[in-house]
Design a protein around this ligand. Structure first.
Ligand SMILES: [Zn+2]
Length: 430
């Protein structure tokens, strides 16, 4: 696979251990621009190691709402857990409605921290835009839970309650609940060995429910054929009703929400130029399980709701979006193509990204990547900082792994990412 002339930064994976991140390959480029979780490159990255002894250690003895022994974390439980946390910690966290999915599921946010006077910094952390990347919601809910239970402890010398008395993080753990439920339906019938997909993910309130179910099945069947044609082989062990579960990234309308974040003049030129060139990445011209950016940008209920939420809460400063399946931090998407960015801004982005990489054992994927998806839109629209943090492992315990990632990866992802939002706040001067 050809190497691209991009510098790979020296990278710390744990106490006293520096490695150089693998050179960036075209396989990773294709992943970055739209094939998340289907990257053609099998990365062999080190698993994260424990924090150094000098770091503060947060207490995790509380009974967690999140079960990391299963990859199924249904939307209804996510919302119930967020509500439960807000009830137990009313002075620290509150629910904020975001909007509804295509099939009417409530998308909600949890705002953690400063709710009164204008916070010093506001950070948006958003997950599960891609249906099959279901591991980001449990990670995010567990982060919230950890910080709430450790309000009086310190992280790198800062009391967590104090950090959140001055700053706020707005979490949207799942942006694509219909897509997640389609994937969970597949997992359930696969693991139950019934091999029948009943479409329980489709609420009975959906008009023309039977026709809707047939449409979803047809999209899955078409994508399964395309995957086979594109890769020349069947790529996944996750099969239900003869179809590949791993291919579902879109929302219920067959639109890839991550790549639906574009509008005229903002993050659109590059995306639209790719349309029709391939059935993958973000270049598809019709609805499907992955790769369709929408007829126009931000035309789905989920993406419109997120955009309006950002405006409503003035979250125009910082954002993180979680994806999967290899540990990497994509940053600086748009600076090459977008508005001229002053050197000090570039340096600031890199400093923050480097500090997150050092903490989490996630190599940086730096300048040169395309202006893609939500992050590219956010950076260009607001001239602000946005990171795409990929988590999980393409190879785990010697075996290739695909999204939805096996549950055995969840504790390792948790260990790597649990403190990242706290570090982010410190790194940006919160
Ligand atoms: Zn993704």
């Amino acid at each position: 696979m050809p190497r691209l002339p991009l510098a790979a930064p020296a990278h710390r994976t744990g106490p006293g251990r520096i490695v150089v991140a693998p050179p960036i390959t075209t396989g990773q480029i294709s992943h970055a621009i739209g094939v998340a979780c289907l990257g053609m490159l099998i990365a062999t990255l080190p698993l994260p190691t424990a924090m150094s002894a000098s770091d503060d250690v947060l207490d995790e003895s509380h009974r967690s709402l999140v079960d990391l022994s299963t990859r199924i974390y249904p939307h209804a439980k996510i919302n119930a857990d967020l509500a439960d946390l807000c009830r137990r910690f009313p002075d620290r966290a509150r629910l904020e409605p975001v909007g509804k999915s295509v099939w009417g599921r409530e998308i909600i946010a949890l705002a953690l921290g400063q709710s009164g006077k204008r916070p010093k910094h506001r950070v948006l952390i958003i997950g599960n835009m891609h249906a099959r990347e279901v591991h980001s919601a449990p990670l995010m809910v567990k982060q919230i839970e950890l910080y709430l239970h450790n309000w009086d402890r310190t992280f790198k010398g800062r009391r967590i309650g104090e950090l959140f008395s001055e700053n706020a993080i707005y979490y949207i753990p799942t942006t694509n609940p219909d897509g997640n439920e389609i994937v969970y339906d597949g997992i359930r019938c696969m693991e139950g060995n019934t091999d029948t997909w009943e479409g329980q993910c489709i609420p009975h309130t959906v008009p023309n429910r039977e026709a809707t179910m047939e449409r979803i099945k047809r999209m899955i069947a078409e994508s399964a054929i395309q995957v086979k044609q594109f890769y020349g082989r069947k790529i996944t062990p996750y099969v239900f009703s003869g179809k590949d579960l791993v291919i579902y990234k879109a929302n219920a309308n067959g639109v890839d929400l991550h790549y639906n974040f574009h509008e005229p003049g903002i993050n659109s030129e590059y995306i639209l130029a790719q349309r029709g060139k391939s059935k993958f990445a973000f270049s598809k011209t019709s609805p499907g399980t992955q790769g369709f950016t929408g007829d126009k940008g931000i035309d789905q209920p989920e993406t419109m709701a997120v955009r309006d939420f950002i405006e409503r809460h003035a979250l125009r400063e910082f954002s993180i979006t979680y994806h999967g399946r290899f540990p990497k931090i994509f940053y600086n998407f748009t600076l090459k193509w977008g508005p001229d960015a002053p050197l000090e801004k570039r340096a600031f982005f890199k400093k923050v990204a480097t500090e997150l990489a050092e903490l989490s054992g996630s190599p940086l994927y730096a300048e040169g990547s395309g202006p893609v998806g939500f992050c590219g839109w956010f950076q260009q629209k607001y001239h602000a900082l946005s990171f795409n943090i990929e988590t999980g492992y393409e190879v785990f315990n010697g075996k290739p792994a695909y999204c939805p990632l096996p549950a055995e990866q969840l504790p390792v992802i948790w260990k790597a990412q649990k403190l990242v939002p706290l570090q982010f706040l410190l790194s940006v001067g919160g």
